[in-house]
Design a protein around this ligand. Sequence first.
Ligand code: XMP
Ligand code: MG
Length: 183
Amino acid sequence: MKAEHVESDLTHVLFTKEEIAQKIEELAEQIDRDYEGRDVLLVGVLKGAVMVMADLTRALKGQYPMDWMAVSSYGSGTKSSGVVRILKDLDTDLHGKDVLIVEDIIDSGLTLSWLRTNLESRGPKSVEICALLRKPDAAKTSIDVKYVGWDIPNEFVVGYGLDFAEHYRNLECIGTLAPHVYE
Ligand code: XMP
Ligand code: MG
């Protein structure tokens, strides 16, 4: 399937390729300003954050190493439970590092909340979060997200790393899925 054909599976496009690129630039500027001269490690959460990380690291002026984690959240259906299992751990020792977790989307915030606590227990200097998207529920939890691209409505979104059954990650825009796809 070619990406332009897949775009017809969307009800509407929330953010275009150009809008996403602009937002990534803005986030990179803030991060460069805040982290200049510090011992930073960017931690991407597989697989959704792959696109955000790829574009963010190229927009950043600072040369920050990256590492990856894969986690799976036990949940019923599409809701996460906050009980998380590490499928792939970091290769990097976090002692003394300023860790910035890079995420695609925060929904309930339970996964990230668990992840932050887990990384904080490994002796870093700081742990902060950068998420491209945030849903309203996450805003209600106590999780403090330092960098957020956009707050979005409570709809299931795909594209730019976000998937439905592993499809649509390669869309250059972010949009909501048309009902005919999942019904
Ligand atoms: P919580 O609820 O713990 O879960 O913040 C966050 C994770 O849930 C997935 N997620 C989505 N994936 N479109 C997706 O493709 C969505 O609209 C969506 N909402 C949540 C995602 O894996 C995220 O890391
Ligand atoms: Mg994710």
